[in-house]
Design a protein around this ligand. Structure first.
Ligand code: DC
Length: 230
């Protein structure tokens, strides 16, 4: 998986969007695994750009310089780990851990505000559906990247639940974590992602909304599978 083919057929696409911590990544990975489909984490694309900018000393406020870095993202690929996780590579470098965490999320949120950056990364994201069925997740995959996706799902969850999930992801002992700080960071990122001028976080009019607050990832996957059988 991870290699993008050159055919331009229209493979079926499931687009899963939603705010930080709504369960998109976990659900998209489980669903893609269950279906044997390719999985594209579009947040990882923006995170990798933010990471690359930091590596190269490029300001996260310099739109033109960020655009100039975008062609290097052609080297991004996703591979399944033995444990069933999705690893992110830039060329042969595993950046999975480097782009995880709230700080990289903030970088991603910064660089993704720029219209020219988003435009520069559009074809790359679309290329993942050229030769294989795709499960894609992000903020605008059902509205902008794949407006013709056959299935669109918008995941939500309470802020409290989303903060708890982020805390679990960090793998830190609860006493070392300031839940209020995480809540605030998520609220800030929601705000930035929802209020930017281009491709803001928004539910597509033809998407199905699923509140995941009380659901396990497997239960969400089952719902989406039902929708697909539909
Ligand atoms: O899903 P995530 O937390 O990995 O996304 C990180 C940031 O990337 C998010 O705060 C906004 C941006 N993003 C975006 O603008 N559009 C997408 N399709 C996916 C992510």
């Amino acid at each position: 998986m991870g290699e993008r083919g050159k055919k331009s057929g229209k493979a079926p696409v499931v687009a899963i969007d939603g705010p930080a911590g709504s369960g998109k990544s976990t659900v998209a990975r489980l669903l893609a695994k269950a279906l044997g489909w390719v999985c594209l984490d579009t947040g990882a694309v923006y995170r990798t750009l933010g990471w690359l900018a930091r590596q190269e000393g490029v300001s996260l406020q310099d739109e033109e310089a960020l655009v100039a870095l975008c062609p290097r993202l052609q080297a991004i690929s996703f591979r399944w780990s033995d444990a069933g996780g999705l690893l992110v590579y830039l060329g042969d470098r595993d950046v999975t851990w480097a782009i995880r965490g709230e700080e990289a999320g903030r970088w991603a949120s910064e660089v993704s505000r720029y219209p020219k950056v988003r435009a520069a990364l559009l074809d790359l994201q679309r290329s993942f559906a050229k030769d294989a069925p795709l499960v894609v997740e992000g903020r605008d995959t059902g509205t902008v990247v794949f407006p013709e996706a056959r299935w669109k799902v918008f995941l939500t969850a309470s802020l409290e639940e989303r903060a708890k999930r982020r805390m679990m992801e960090m793998g830190m002992p609860p006493e070392d974590v300031n839940l209020e700080e995480i809540r605030e960071a998520i609220r800030e990122r929601d705000n930035q992602d929802s209020n930017r001028a281009v491709a803001p976080l928004r539910m597509a009019p033809d998407a199905i909304e699923v509140d995941t607050t009380e659901l396990t990832p497997q239960e969400v996957v089952e719902r989406i599978k039902k929708l697909m059988e539909g």
